[in-house]
Write a protein that binds this ligand. Structure first.
Ligand code: C2G
Length: 130
C-alpha cells in the first residue's frame, strides 16, 4: 500500500529551505501532498499579502518532481480534515511549528523537521530591497 505524506506552507518567493523540506517530506513515503496556504490565510496570519499569488505559488510547488499533488489550504484549523481527505499517514511540519499539531497524532504520525538555517522569504525580500 502506498504511504502518503502531507505538508503545508506558504512557499512565497520559493527558496532552497522550501525545496529541502519538501524533498525530506517526500522521502518518508511514496506520495507527497502539499497544502499551499491561500492569500487570505496569510493576510490574516502575517498581516501582509504574499509577494506571489496563491495560484503562482501553487503552480511552482506543483511543478517539483518531489510533489505529487497540491491543494489550497484555506484554514490552519482544517489540518485534520485535510489529513483524512488525502489519507495521509504522516504530517510533516518545520520545527518552527514544534508541538503545535501534536493533537493530530491521533490521525497520523506527526514529524517536525529542522529548518534550513539562515534563509527565509523575509530575508530574501530584505536582501533584494537593499
Ligand atoms: N522552511 C524550512 N527552512 C527555512 C524556511 C522554511 O524548512 N529556512 C519550511 C517551513 O518550516 C515550512 C515550509 O518550509 O515547513 C514552508 O514555509 P513557509 O512558507 O514559511 O510556511 P508557513 O507560512 O510557516 O506555513 O499550515 C502552515 C501554513 O500553511 C503556513
Amino acid at each position: 500500500m502506498s504511504k502518503t505524506v502531507i505538508t503545508f506552507g506558504t512557499f512565497d518567493v520559493f527558496h532552497v529551505g522550501h525545496l529541502r523540506i519538501l524533498q525530506r517530506a517526500r522521502s518518508f513515503g511514496d506520495r507527497l501532498v502539499v497544502g499551499v496556504s491561500t492569500d487570505a490565510l496569510n493576510e490574516n496570519k502575517k498581516g501582509r499579502a504574499p509577494v506571489y499569488s496563491q495560484e503562482e505559488r501553487r503552480e511552482i510547488v506543483a511543478a517539483l518532481s518531489c510533489v505529487d499533488e497540491t491543494f489550497l489550504e484555506e484554514s490552519l484549523e482544517l489540518k485534520g480534515a485535510y489529513i483524512q481527505r488525502y489519507g495521509a499517514a504522516i504530517l510533516v511540519m518545520g520545527d518552527d511549528w514544534e508541538g503545535r499539531f501534536d493533537a493530530l497524532s491521533e490521525l497520523c504520525e506527526v514529524r517536525y523537521l529542522p529548518r534550513t538555517p539562515a534563509i527565509s522569504t523575509t530575508e530574501v525580500i530584505e536582501k533584494i530591497r537593499v
